[in-house]
Design a protein around this ligand. Sequence first.
Ligand code: MN
Length: 365
Amino acid sequence: MKLSWNKKSTKPTTFFTFSFFAATLLILLDSPFPIVSALVTNNKTCTASSKSNKMTKFRSVKRVLMRPPAHWVGDGFRVFPVFADLAFKEEISPLLMFDYAAPKKFPAKLDHPEAKGVGQHPHRGFETVTVAFQGEVEHADSVGNIGVIKPGDVQWMTAGRGIIHQEYHSKEFTREGGTFEMCQLWVNLPKKYKMTKPRYQGIMNEKIPVVNLPLDADDSDTVLGTARLIAGELNDTKGAAKTFSPVQMWDVALPHAGSEVEIPYPADYTCIVFVRRGGVNIMSGDDNDGREQKSTQLGPQDIAVLQNDGSDRLKFRVTEPGSSIMILGGESLNEPIAARGPFVMNTQAELQQAMRDYSTGKMGR
Ligand code: MN
């Protein structure tokens, strides 16, 4: 199954031979990116330290985000930008953005198998991570990587100093039709790696380590769930993806309604919980000193940002059978974020340089 790079549109170099303004405008108009509005610059220093002297046993919830309305990215991806107004803010560092394409049926297109998706566009300064749950995506980029990801697979693309790529439904999925469900996360790169060489990791499902939950479960009767470690580390098991700074990205299945599961999580890392399916209550506070635990209920597509309150454990009570959540985060980069369209740098000058480099054909080679 080959994807022909160049089929969909003219090369960007012939597109953008003119002014810097034309390039900027085209980037905004052709936008396969959810946030194209204002320049986001954040110069705050670290605010992550714990304010409370009292150590709670289980990490507490700082904020549950409102469910945002969906929008289309290209003609193939109907996504919910689930980080909403927290996207590109230091509060969720090292993560930047999260588009979730909830399950959606696409009809078979036997006669005109023109794939749906997003044509060629650039990125610089961060990584795009696409996780396939149902359906198939084909990726092709300017440094020669071509790949199809299927359910369970992950595509971890490091844009670094610049890449131009396209993202489409696979030809087979386009022909056969079916249910499509994916997510794409944008992970920031530390300042010193923003201009690194582009890299592509096509990670197949079978290469992703699976850890049983709870960690002390020793037989099938006590296993309450599983964590697929796309990136990061849990109980000395390392995730599949190579990252430039500590990033946790776990796809966690919690099939049993009524069960309670505890998971260790580094106290100093950003922690975000996304419910993909079903529901969980996040239990926080202490459970053994007589005080009542606090419970925060989450349903499908809810996002909870957890407090950096010094505790190093998460506790979930599963409320729906077949629940599935993602636990995301990592070490905060504590560096300024300047983001515009497909570029995420540290300063406005670097953003302008990125736009110039793209418009003059210097990006993606
Ligand atoms: Mn892209």
